[in-house]
Design a protein around this ligand. Structure first.
Ligand SMILES: [Zn+2]
Length: 541
């Protein structure tokens, strides 16, 4: 077996060399694999003399041409390309055609590389942006300064399978600096992800400035220390080091704008009514007991949650949502709704009174009431809510979308009720799980989700009818950071597994093939090296 492995590794190495050196860029290695690629004879030569022409002007033209220009400057040292407006391509040009009437699917593009020019056409700017990402992946992947980039002649027709292609980032268990969040968005966009689920509030820290409630960040963003290891020693150990951090509203605006330029929508998550210790520390009157509370220093689920019996809680949540809506233009606002123990509600006179007054059956219905009331509020502002699958318990809010994380059952149930669904089952989509033999890996939360396992994930459960399947908006990789204290550790857990997920959510089901993916990834890995992404190398040694 060992020898066999060595043989496979050798084969891998030979293929790697051949893909780069012998065949040059005749092989087209795009991840996620496009709907259709036809290669032709010849090359287009991109150099400083190439013109970049667009048949449109404005912000989108700047974003899209900027993505290509900054890449070739950074990695090939080519700059000074002439930019301009044109109705048609000229010799030695890259011509971007935005044509709303073109017969090209949503977010899709058609890329034609010929000896004389490159034509990239789409019906919307995001399609052009994705076409540029593919064009970048058709360039030689090795970082080197050169005066000319050869690009294989080809025709690519491409569009995504799903509209929600998400990655999540928990910045609460460990705060991640703004600069890293921007990098995270860059790496997402190169894999054609379009949704960043930004998990901003938690028991262990509140990370977004809310002007009306300054204590959320002055007090709630800081925990006094963090548990060490699994905490299963007879006496729990803590590091004694305060941990904190938050994004000002200016930071958030910058992140949202940066993402928008890369056609990534940032969906904020404001947890309610559970996972709210940090908020309770800042404003103890929001809890059932009134405290005292402490920003959590260990992981897990905590019994202290927001009091659903007090009108004050609803006012607070609406005020927070008002400021959140002003910062995030996303259609969906994530309201959490998960892991909310009902212990404090069961003994809280105000919660019990609320249950009586509203004629509710139990505490689950009280949670459902809170979520539905918040949904009504958010709907009244022209937005929609999405929540973890616990929001199904006690009755789903009328327009809510569901993120199915405890397996697929919640997603299936929601789709059957004709609610939109994002699949994020722990079994396949949790990037905090081990990706290889735990003995060889840094401490992770548990689980076992290899590159191949995530690659083979199918977001549409076979039990759904064709009609119900339409409610599956897509899938998302979740990145909980209990065991990821630093940005480089996040990168290690996310890549290359996010590349596998990118193919799950973008590529046609029938085009997916793990061996082919791994082969194509060899070029992408070289790009990871050039970008300095701290990916896990275990599958690519
Ligand atoms: Zn209460």
């Amino acid at each position: 077996m060992k020898h066999f492995k060595k043989f496979v590794l050798m084969l891998g190495a030979i293929t790697l060399l051949s893909a780069v050196n012998v065949y040059g860029n005749e092989t087209i290695n795009i991840v996620p694999v496009p709907v259709s690629v036809i290669t032709n004879n010849g090359n287009f030569s991109l150099s400083a003399r190439t013109q970049m022409l667009c048949n449109f002007q404005g912000k989108d033209a700047d974003n899209i041409t900027g993505a290509l220009l900054s890449h070739i400057k950074k990695f090939y040292g080519i700059e000074g390309l002439k930019l301009g407006f044109s109705e048609k391509p000229v010799k030695n040009s890259i011509f971007l055609s935005l044509n709303p009437k073109a017969d090209i699917k949503k977010e899709g593009y058609k890329l034609t590389v010929e000896k004389n020019h490159v034509i990239l056409e789409a019906s919307a700017p995001n399609g052009l942006f994705y076409g540029i990402q593919s064009l970048i992946q058709m360039m030689p992947a090795i970082e080197e300064r050169q005066s000319e980039i050869k690009i294989q002649a080809a025709v690519i027709n491409d569009y995504p399978r799903f509209e929600w292609r998400g990655l999540h980032l928990d910045v609460c268990r460990h705060f991640m600096p703004k600069a890293f969040v921007l990098k995270y968005i860059d790496y997402m966009s190169m894999h054609k992800f379009n949704t960043l689920h930004f998990h901003l509030t938690e028991d262990q820290g509140w990370r977004i400035e809310i002007k009306k409630y300054p204590r959320l960040t002055t007090v709630g963003s800081m925990r006094k220390e963090t548990i060490v290891g699994r905490g299963n020693a007879p006496v729990k150990l803590y590091d004694g080091i305060p941990h904190g951090g938050f994004y000002t509203q200016e930071d958030i605006k910058e992140i949202v704008e940066y993402a928008a330029k890369r056609y990534v929508t940032v969906v904020p998550e404001i947890e309610m009514p559970g996972h709210a210790l940090a908020a309770l520390v800042a404003y103890p009157e929001l809890g059932c007991t009134g405290g005292p509370y402490e920003v959590a220093t260990k992981w897990g689920v905590f019994k202290d949650v927001m009091c659903a019996g007090k009108e004050n809680t609803y006012n607070f949540l609406q005020d927070v949502i008002d400021e959140v809506l002003a910062l995030f233009p996303s259609q969906y606002i994530h309201i959490g709704g998960d892991e909310c123990p009902k212990d404090s509600w069961k003994v809280c006179p105000l919660c019990q009174q609320k249950i009586k007054d509203l004629g509710l059956k139990n505490e689950h219905e009280l949670q459902s009431y809170l979520i539905q009331r918040m949904e009504k509020y958010i709907n009244s502002k022209g937005r929609k809510i999405i929540g973890w699958d616990e929001i199904l318990e006690g009755g789903l809010a009328p327009n809510a979308a569901v993120m199915s994380w405890r397996g697929e059952a919640g997603g299936i149930e929601a789709a059957k009720q004709h609610h939109y669904v994002v699949m994020t089952p722990g079994s396949h989509c949790y990037l905090d799980h081990y990706q290889a033999d735990p003995a060889s890996q840094p401490q992770a939360i548990g689980g076992f989700t290899t590159l191949e396992k995530i690659y083979n994930y199918e977001p549409v459960p076979s039990v759904l009818s064709a009609e119900e399947a339409k409610y599956i908006m897509g899938a998302q990789g979740n990145v909980w950071t209990e065991w990821m204290p630093s940005p480089s550790h996040v990168e290690y857990m996310v890549y290359p597994r996010a590349a596998a997920l990118a193919e799950v959510v973008w590529s046609p089901k029938e085009e997916r093939d793990y061996a082919g993916f791994k082969e194509r990834m060899r070029s992408q890995i070289l790009r990871y090296n050039a970008y300095g992404i701290n990916y896990c190398r275990i599958e690519f040694q």
